[in-house]
Design a binder for this molecule. Sequence first.
Ligand SMILES: [Zn+2]
Length: 507
Amino acid sequence: MPYCLYLRKSRADFEAEQQGMGETLARHETALRALALQCGYTISKTYREIQSGETIAARPQMQCLLADVAKGLWEGVLVMEVERLARGDTMDQGLLLHTFQQTSTKIITPYKTYDPNNPFDEEYFEFGLFMSRREYKTINRRMQQGRRASVQEGKYIGSIAPYGYIRQKLLHEKGYTLAIEPTESEIVRMIYEWYAFGIPQPDGSIKNAGRPAIAKHLIQLGIPTRKGGMWATSSITRILQNPVYCGKVFWTPQKQTAQNTKLLLDGKHTALVSETLWQMVQEKIAANGVPPAPRALQNPLAGLIRCAYCNHTMQRRPYQKSGQPPFCICVTPHCPQVAAPLELIEDKLLAALQIWCKDHKPYWEEIANTLRMRAPCSDFSLALRSKKAEYTRLQTQIQNAYDLLEQGIYTPAVFTQRQSLLQEKLQIVSDEIETLSSSCQSTTQTPYMLPQESIWEIYPHLPPAQKNLLLKNLIQYVLYEKTSSGRWHHSPDAFTLTIFPKISNTF
Ligand SMILES: [Zn+2]
């Protein structure tokens, strides 16, 4: 059986490269190929991880490798150090060990060959990973301390400037602060004033306004969001609750302890609203917004159906009083989209997926494999976790784009293009995180196994949260369009679904 190479840079490698140590992956590849030649191993594939993601979810090549290892494709994987495979997360390490063990795949480093099914080696293996986790923790703690110190100096540590500001490099010192964006900052001030005092009406009166009314009003005024989209209630809430607008910077520790508490300090940047106004707004929000009680996910299509007109995620709307079935609706104010019964959309989608899976059998088998691999922990937290990792990864990419611009590698034009693309993705992911965490906080954690062939027979019996997880393994999203009106009686199923399957980015 053939062997493969897995190459990945560590944080230390990035530093060494900057000091002119040469390209790490190329050096490692040469070393490992020499090793293979010496031992007579045939190398059939090389996985090159470009990003330095900390979790498996943030490392696309690692996911490929794991999927292939699970299929028993490799006799062994050649890697510079065991630590290159997993770091940081106990669950990731468990998954890794389990996958390698199940197919008896060896891990070969220049110093030692690890056989996961040899009990003695297993100890070694776990020990090696444990070391890397400790090292990771040290690095992470150092980074956190750095961020904390920056906040204590009043610097802005986020990688994206909040609406109303531009991120600005500090002169003669490390770090960033915020400069006022003239147009956006005016809108932020208006939002705060409208929420606190009401929206002035054409007849001179003032009308009390909640967050949805403010979003609606901004749309009516033709004011777009930063990305040119329409305002949502959640964006208004985010703006109203962000202390950055009254001049603060903050830092939240990953783990709160007596010594390590949340910091909220005066920033170097100029406030857009007074502290008094900010405080007033917080009190009004606290009085109005009772947070919804966590409940199990009810929408099997949660986060999957996007409106073809405004590209926002469509939502499930129950009609308990009238006894009508739940609909799938677009909640964007003034969007021309016509709603349809959720169940009809689900049925059509399933029918299409079944045909599609038949046509893509090898790919489908890969998915089924992954599902079984994930089965012990397939609940919503997994989907949420991977989304959060993706969010972090995108933030890093945005940060990198800034660095590349500073180093003169990106031209301003390339940077702007890259930047807006990444911001757009970040928004999508952040919306998905919101959908996931708001509607699936108390999903039952029953583990389930999925037999490869009868997945469609099982589907109807799954709880909505698991239906949703299954669908999310197959598709990125579905674009929904319905033009003919007549919501209840005429042609309820006269809609078009455009399915975007998940192919390249998972495997
Ligand atoms: Zn819409």
